[in-house]
Design a protein around this ligand. Structure first.
Ligand code: SAM
Length: 290
């Protein structure tokens, strides 16, 4: 397990992924009934952008830093500003000065949005990272941190007793087979908890792999699968993280409309060249074949 998210925290992919996550959670909160978030690959929860890892790559400069600058300079329209406010507020809450030094990862971001009745189960397999994460939430009765293979949790922890839930699956893609694991574990999880909302992250590096992945998702027969991708540059000749992708199963019905506003704004802010863009479409809609 060599992957360390601290090198990438707050980069463009994190920003897109985390804004989508916050929009899903905001929707869940429209009903009083409790929900559970299961974060299968949780990381350490809080990242120091001035730390040695982030300082090596400074990926955050073309991600959260650019977005914060735009927000502070009132460059965004009112509607988009309101949609990203839950994300922005959580990031600001982790910082005491207007300069952003600390970046909340998915479990901490989620924690900011939970109400009293909601719960978070965060899984992390790295022995040191899970300790760091457990310390962050020490004494917090709404959060359970578990040292476990997140793929196993997609079977063992479902359905949640709340019967409402969001499953975030954000694997490191450091070893082969992650696309296949996403598909097979989604199929397994969906059998146990078909009403859950699933958010599956993937890198846009190899377009042929992504196409195969989408086809495999279609072939599961699962309905209501939406895809949101954002690329910051035209496809590179050598494999490189050109874009970020998120599969959302059972998305909130408002999410497509929201992302039609959010994604173009993010493309404009985060793009590196004219090949930047986004896609937002359905792999399978409700009632589509199957
Ligand atoms: N979700 C986090 C966020 O958005 O802040 C970032 C997660 S990072 C991309 C992937 C994490 O998964 C790493 O912390 C890595 O140690 C952990 N990991 C790798 N394999 C795992 C597994 N099988 N089960 C649980 N965690 C795993």
């Amino acid at each position: 397990m060599n992957y360390r998210h601290a090198y990438h925290a707050g980069n463009f992919a994190d920003v897109v992924k985390h804004i989508i996550l916050t929009r899903i959670l905001e929707y869940m909160k429209l009903k009083d009934a409790a929900f559970r978030v299961i974060d299968t690959h949780a990381g350490i929860g809080l990242y120091d952008l001035m730390g040695p890892e982030a300082a090596k790559t400074i990926e955050w400069k073309s991600g959260i830093f650019r977005l914060m600058e735009a927000v502070d300079n009132n460059e965004l329209d009112a509607e988009t500003t309101a949609l990203i406010a839950p994300f922005i507020n959580a990031v600001k809450a982790e910082n005491t000065t207007s300069d952003i030094r600390y970046y909340p990862g998915s479990p901490l971001l989620t924690r900011h949005l939970l109400r009293k009745q909601d719960r978070l189960s965060a899984l992390e397999l790295h022995p040191n990272d899970v300790k760091t994460l457990a310390k962050l939430f020490d004494g917090d009765y709404q959060v359970r941190v578990t040292h476990l293979d997140g793929w196993l949790a997609m079977g063992a922890h479902l359905p949640p007793k709340e019967k409402r839930g969001v499953v975030l699956v954000d694997p490191p893609f450091e070893i082969g087979g992650e696309f296949d694991r996403l598909v097979s574990n989604l199929a397994k999880a969906h059998k146990k908890f078909s009403g859950g909302t699933y958010a599956l992250w993937y890198p846009v590096k190899d377009h042929r792999e992504v196409k195969k992945f989408h086809q495999a998702l279609y072939d599961t027969g699962i309905q209501k699968i939406m895809v949101a991708e954002l690329s910051i540059r035209a496809p590179s000749l050598e494999p490189r993280l050109d874009g970020t992708g998120m599969i959302i199963v059972n998305p909130p019905y408002v999410l497509e409309k929201e992302l039609k506003l959010i994604l173009p704004m993010l493309v404009k802010l985060l793009c590196e060249d004219k090949g930047a863009g986004y896609r937002l479409n359905w792999i399978r809609k409700e009632g589509d074949g199957a």
